[in-house]
Design a protein. Structure first.
Length: 667
């Protein structure tokens, strides 16, 4: 019996290898090397779309690299005539391995993910190795990529190489093709690393793994398509049992034994099914208890932290009935997000609130976002950050109760036809408020925080059109390798390196400033707002064409000039060339609140920390950059005052950036 089972297993493996060989008979790529387990796991989870695409990209690129190494062709990909065949083969292979059929098209297989890598006129591995600046990539992408710092050095050198290679051309297809070409070149000249090791760093994927097909004499080689199927011989016990003729009818007692055996087997199967159902039910109960306990532990942490800080306004733990009553059975919807909706509500004391609800079937991502936001809001105190009043956790539903912002989101006022256009001065004040909030996150939180999703829909306005930043579900301590954010606002360097930094928020802030001036969305008709505005920004005579047509008669040209300079600096392609939020605040102060700026400068001079930015009201920032030799590192951040210099108590009282006198902007 044991030999029969082993024979059947061997036949199944050979059959699978034969199927894959038939599928791939016209494509030279070897697609059998991966176990596909992690790929299938990522692609069947709708919340892991970006991870799924990285796995598919890694699978294809590693296969191409192995093909180039094995054949010694030195070409960057398969022969062009076989490109369509290989794309079809890869798609069929993925489907046969349990990956959803739409995953390939959603990830751009054949468009963004290709099997031929013509990059800037280079068609061979030697062309890439001989290209300018590739020596730095070779030096940094060695055995050290297996550790975090080594991988970061490799990615940074690769990013710099691609930037110099492609120049201003930044479309995703070109960048992806040239990156994959660089990967093939590195793998084919680094003898100490396997392709999967390099893919772990290059594509941030784990567990691609190579199947060991010759580990023992008993293993079955899946790389030989011509291998004949394993057949069960006549000497096999199972075959002999089938071939033996029945000489006589079995004894009646044998029938009874067979019936009893069937009944016992059926009862055993029934008991197993019942046991499985009970275990599944218990697991669901334990999971629900785990979620509740986690939220309870977070609330205890918040209570302890607030008590230590001496703040008596402890967050309130609401019950579900209070949530239904406050929202009139969840009838007034303010907006909807990926993990739930936001409702308008009124508490029993008459105060208006906004209640964010993560509905039933809470995903792991939604649960983590809920707890992360509670933990963050428990220790964030700033007048330009939306404050949390309380929370509610019941079964699979989570609620966060925020202060209510009367005027809604900035996005509604900029892009809704039923809203009156915001005045020029109001737009500037909103920009200043958001800058203050980001400065607090970057410089007065320990460790510093990156918001990660600055956009107009996350900027809320009170009754006086003063802005507050909301939605901290994606905020992190700059060590999360998963890409978050909204298209149009995302820092290109963050997309390339997967490293969120304060400079990423600065880039998003620059896009937000451009959105305030133009009244246009960050992405319109497939066109990025920064790309659209770049042509107008390069010529002083066309700057006025940027201004929202609805306020074309009410803006100040010198103020527009100052805002344009800040936008250009904030949206630099390299993070190190962008200002810090303290530097942005300084520039805004020098233009709109000179008195506050002179006071801040005097304090820094007294401390020996003042650095002139070279920016003067009415002058172009580029002149200031020339004065500092164009190197942002020469522009010392005003964060030199250190976190200890500006204490949390000062921030709580709002003394870090006092209100300006009437007629002046608050910074």
């Amino acid at each position: 019996m044991r030999r029969s089972i082993l024979s059947l297993a061997a036949a199944a493996l050979v059959l699978e290898a034969s199927v894959l060989s038939v599928i791939a008979q016209d494509c030279p790529l070897d697609l059998i090397w991966s176990n596909y387990t992690e790929i299938a796991s990522a692609c069947t989870d709708k919340t892991k779309h970006s991870i799924c695409c990285r796995y598919i990209n890694a699978l294809v690129t590693v296969s191409v690299a192995m093909y180039a190494n094995k054949t010694g062709t030195d070409t960057l990909g398969v022969p062009p005539a076989l490109s369509d065949t290989c794309i079809s083969t890869i798609n069929d292979t993925l489907i046969s391995k349990g990956i959803p059929s739409d995953a390939s098209s959603l990830c751009g297989l054949g468009v963004k993910i290709q099997v031929v890598y013509p990059c800037q006129g280079m068609s061979t591995v030697q062309d890439v190795l001989a290209s300018p600046n590739f020596d730095d990539v070779t030096k940094n992408c060695n055995g050290s990529v297996l550790v975090d710092m080594g991988c970061k050095r490799c990615l940074n050198s690769g990013l710099s190489y691609l930037r110099h290679l492609t120049g201003e051309e930044q479309d995703n297809v070109t960048l992806n093709t040239c990156r994959d070409a660089a990967f093939v070149a590195i793998v084919n000249q680094q003898s100490g690393l396997t392709p999967s090791d390099m893919a772990t760093c290059f594509f941030s994927v784990q567990g691609l793994g190579l199947i060991q097909v010759n580990s023992s004499s008993a293993s079955i080689s899946v790389s030989a398509p011509a291998t004949a199927p394993v057949t069960v011989t006549a000497d096999a016990p199972s075959n002999r049992l089938i071939a033996t003729p029945l000489v006589k009818q079995p004894h009646r007692g044998h029938k009874v034994i067979v019936v009893i055996g069937i009944m016992v087997t059926g009862l055993a199967v029934l008991l197993v099914l019942i046991l499985i159902l009970l275990i599944s039910r218990k697991r669901r109960e334990l999971k629900s208890m785990e979620h509740t306990e986690r939220t309870y532990s977070v609330s205890r942490h918040i209570y302890a932290q607030k008590s230590q800080e001496g703040n008596s306004a402890i967050y309130r733990n609401f019950n579900y009935k209070e949530m239904r009553r406050a929202t009139t059975n969840f009838s007034i919807v303010l907006g909807r997000g990926t993990n739930g909706a936001v409702y308008k509500g009124q508490l029993d004391d008459g105060s208006k609130v906004a209640i964010r609800c993560v509905r039933k079937n809470v995903t792991k991502e939604g649960e983590e976002e809920f707890c992360r936001e509670m933990e963050l809001l428990a220790r964030l105190h700033h007048r330009h950050l939306v404050s949390l009043k309380g929370f509610c956790s019941v079964k699979d539903e989570r609620f966060l109760v925020y202060e209510y912002m009367e005027k809604g989101s900035l996005k509604d006022h900029l892009h809704s036809s039923d809203k009156a256009p915001l005045a020029w001065q109001t737009r500037i004040q909103i920009a200043i408020d958001v800058a203050n909030a980001l400065e607090y996150l970057h410089f007065y939180c320990d460790p510093f925080l990156c918001h990660g999703d600055i956009k107009s829909s996350n900027v809320l306005l009170d009754s006086n059109f003063r802005a507050k930043v909301s939605d901290f579900g994606h905020a992190c301590f700059s060590n999360d390798l998963k890409i978050h954010g909204t298209p149009g606002y995302i820092d290109p360097e963050y997309v390339a390196t997967h490293q969120l930094a304060p400079s990423s928020d600065v880039y998003s802030f620059g896009v937000l400033l451009l959105e305030l001036i133009t009244g246009k969305p960050a992405v319109s008709d497939g066109k990025n707002l920064v790309d659209w505005a770049s042509q107008l920004l390069s010529d002083d005579s066309t700057l006025t064409e940027l201004v929202d047509i609805r306020i074309i008669d009410s803006f100040d040209i010198s103020e527009l000039d100052a805002m344009i300079e800040i936008i250009q600096w904030c949206t630099q392609k390299e993070g190190r060339e962008r200002p810090s939020m303290k530097q942005v605040i300084r520039m805004l102060s020098e233009r709109w609140d000179p008195l506050h700026s002179e006071f801040a400068r005097a304090v820094e001079i007294e401390e020996g920390q003042y650095c002139n930015y070279g920016y003067n009201s009415g002058s172009r920032l580029s002149k200031g950059k020339e004065q500092s030799s164009g190197d942002m590192r020469g522009l010392q951040s005003s964060s030199s005052t250190t976190r200890s210099y500006c204490s949390r108590s000062a921030l709580l009282e709002g003394n870090a950036s006092p209100d300006s006198p009437r007629g002046m902007f608050s910074l």
